[in-house]
Structures are given as structure tokens and as C-alpha cells.
Design a protein around this ligand. Sequence first.
Ligand code: FAD
Length: 474
Amino acid sequence: MADPVSALQAILGPKGWLSGADAASYQRDWLNRYGVAPLGVARPATTSEVAGVVKTCLEFGLAVVPQGGNTGLCGGAVAEQPNAVILSLSRMAAIGEPDRDSGSIVVEAGVVLAALHEALEPHGLMFPLHLGAEGSARIGGLIGTNAGGSHAFRYGMMQDLVLGLEVVMPDGAIWDGMRAVQKDNAGYQLRKLFCGAEGTLGIVTRAVLRLHPTPRQQASALLVMSDFAAAVSFGAFLRGEAGEFLAGVEFFSDLGLQLALKHVPDLTYQLGVRGDVYLLVELASGSTRVPLDEILNSALEWGMEQALVLDGALATSGAHRAQFWRLREEQPEGQRLEGEQLKHDISVPPGAIARFIEAGAKVCEDILPGVRINPFGHLGDGNIHYNLSPPEGHADFGGKAVAFADALSALATEMGGSFAAEHGLGRAKIAMADRNRGPVERDLMARLKAALDPEGIMNPGILVRSRLERKTFE
Ligand code: FAD
């Protein structure tokens, strides 16, 4: 029997295998919290090469860690043991011709999200998933984490945008589920099983994605709100007024604005007034006959009459709209550049956002007085990125990270929400999942994993503990 590296090199050819210093840029996660040097990085160019890599890893007892753009925020795309192969999909980046009549497209798993947006532009079609990391995140990773982003409220999460999939299973078999239809009730919804599986059940190699016509018009506004309760009330009003034209309601806090303006070059805020919270509201329509500006303006007037909205401006051009979006999208960067941070990816029913923010502030103040709270996210679907910076003058959180995570997860669960809204679990939240899931749910997930990946080679140590590991844990 050859050694594993020779066997993998024989499958992949010279371009397809990296090790040592060449593999260094694949090693650590985006937040630089996890990752050890793997045996090497496999960069297959075809599905059959992916299958060959998986079979070889199975034969030699190596872990397989799929990696897309490595922008995941839970450390799921890097190795935690040296006898692992990182399987990068970056060379599988072909984009098919869009099928306009059906509203679908076939893509390989390594396609970068922004490249897909760009490729669709001339066709008057769009793939409606948008997030801050879209310049690097790849389709396989977006499926792996079941990504959400700023338009999930209107178009759904990745699982709602995937029609068909091709997946290399943990034994190297290739599942061809590349159907291009929304309605397919022939048994279990296998395609959904891989959305959010974080590479623990198989490797996505191709997908059929659902497309939408590009809106012919958009109306966007940046609003200054008196507080979070006002933001929630205004969001609910807007849902009624704008109905299906409402494409997104994003929010960020005044601390978030301060940090972004302090750290991110060329960022400007042009409204005269500051408030506790800001909303970025967007309406979109495929028809030019719908009076979007009028709908948004009259909602704004109502908000001002009710003293919910302190100030606001409608975007007057594409560049103006882009300026508003940058303020929202640079929130993670502003906080990252401020230094040490704790991230919590919470969701609660949208109507409970203000209550969560208020109760969360009390919980956090009790744990570490003066801790700076910087919530931002997706008001439309109740997803709060509840991020913390240490108190002014402190370099860190004084060992309180777990206390914050536990208290905030418990609060979200109590309000009918989730402690892991759109970023997944990865390595970062596996212990939290153990504490927050009931025994039946934990067991279901472990059984599913064991049934599909009995040797446990697919991305071990993330998302789910094997039943054996759980015995030790419990
Ligand atoms: P990676 O980080 O490479 O991988 C993520 C997971 O998927 C890993 O477990 C990996 O093993 C698995 N995986 C990768 N490729 C495959 C494959 N082919 N088959 C099976 N499994 C695979 N997320 C949101 O949902 N909404 C946001 O608004 C959002 N904003 C972000 C903003 C910033 C600035 C950053 C840095 C991240 C943000 N994220 C957001 C998180 C991140 O971008 C998403 O999780 C994204 O889906 C990850 O894609 P990726 O290609 O980088 O995946």
C-alpha cells in the first residue's frame, strides 16, 4: 500500500496537492481562533477527484475537512488534528448558463458568491443571497453553513435557494441529486440534509440554484430610530405597508456606527441626527409601475408622526444606496478592528428583538459591568449578531466568555429563539449545543451522523458529538 500523500498526489496531480508553507494560508480560520497544520490541502478539479480523495482518506483513516472561502465564523473549515486533509473546492468554480425560463443555474461548489452575482447581472437575473463575506465565501461553504444574510427575510436561507445537489458521500459514492425543480417529494428531503451540515455528512460538489429576476427598481432608506422598541414597531408597520416589496430590514447600533466610523477608512455618515439604533430599509420590485418611493416615504412620515423615527433619508442614486449599505456591512469590520470581541449569533421572533436587547443588556452588565454591547443584524427575521467589546480600558473579558455565551443562549431559548441563527456550530458552539439541545435532539443528530459517516472521517469534532464522545461528555 502506497503512503497517503503519494496516493493523493497520484489522484490530484501537481496543481492539486499543497503541503508545508504552501498550505499555510488554509490552516487558520477567519477569526484566527482554530486550526492546526493538516497533512496537506487537496485541491481537486473534478467530482471524481473529490471522490478519489475521500476514498483514499477513508482507506488511510484521515479526516476530511471541506473548505470553501474559509470565512465561516465558527471554525468549521480548518483541521483540529494533523492527520487531516483540508479539501478545498477552490478549483471547482465553473458557472453554467442560467436557465431563464426555469429560473435556475448549475454551479460548482467552489464558485465565489460575488462572482455568481456578477455573472448573472447581464442576464437580468439574480441570486438573492447577500452577506458581508460575499467576495470570498463559496457556494459549498454557503450550503454547508445554510447561510442567511440580509435578504433571507424575503428570499429565504440557502436551503430555500438550493433546488438540487451533487454530493460526495463519506464512502466516496457520488449522490446525483441535481434536479432543478422546487417540488420533489420523492422521499426524505435529502438536499436539505446537507444544508447546514457543515461538511459532516458529505462534500457538496455541484448545486442547482434558484434564481430570481433582478428588481427593476429599488427604494432604500437609512433611518435613525429612537430605540429598539421603535425599530421593532416600525419594522412591523413596514411589513404591513410594503408587503411583498419589502426586501430587507437591517439594523445596527450607535456603538456599531461609532466603531465603524473610527476604524474603517472612507466611511461617512451624512444624516444630521444620531439615535440608539439605525435601520436600513429596502423595497424592491420587478415592475417599474409600483410606487416604491411613495410607499417608503409615507411609511417614514408615519414613523416620524409616531416619534419612532428621528430622522431619515431615501437613497437618491445607486452610489447613495451603496453608501448606506456600507454602513451596515462594515459593522463586523469596525468591531474587529476595535480589538478583542465576543460574537453571538442569536435569533428570536422579530417581535421580541427589543425585549431581548433590553434583557441581554442586564444579563451582560451583571456578568461584567461596563461591557460594550454592539448588536447588529437582520431585523426582518429576528437575527441579532449580539457582539461584545470589553469595557473601555480593558483588553479582554476577564475569562467571562462562557458565562456570556451561556446566559445569552439561555435567554434566546427562553424567548423561543435559537443560539445559532445563521453561522452554524462549527467547533465554536459544539459545547453550547450540548448544553442547549434536549437529549432526543442530540441523539437524533448523533444517529444521523453515524448512519451516513460510520467511520467518522467527515469533519470530525464539529457540529455533533458522536455517541461515544457524548458518553464521555455526559
Ligand atoms: P467555509 O468557511 O470555507 O466553510 C464553512 C463550513 O462549510 C465548514 O464547516 C466547511 O467544512 C463546510 N463546507 C465548505 N465547503 C463545503 C462543501 N463543498 N461541502 C460541504 N461542506 C462544506 N453568514 C451568514 O449566514 N450571514 C451573514 O450575513 C454573514 N456575514 C458575514 C460577514 C463577514 C464579514 C464574515 C467574515 C462572515 C459572515 N458570515 C455570514 C459567515 C460566512 O460568510 C458564511 O458562513 C459562509 O456561508 C461561509 O462560506 P465559506 O465558503 O467561506 O465556507
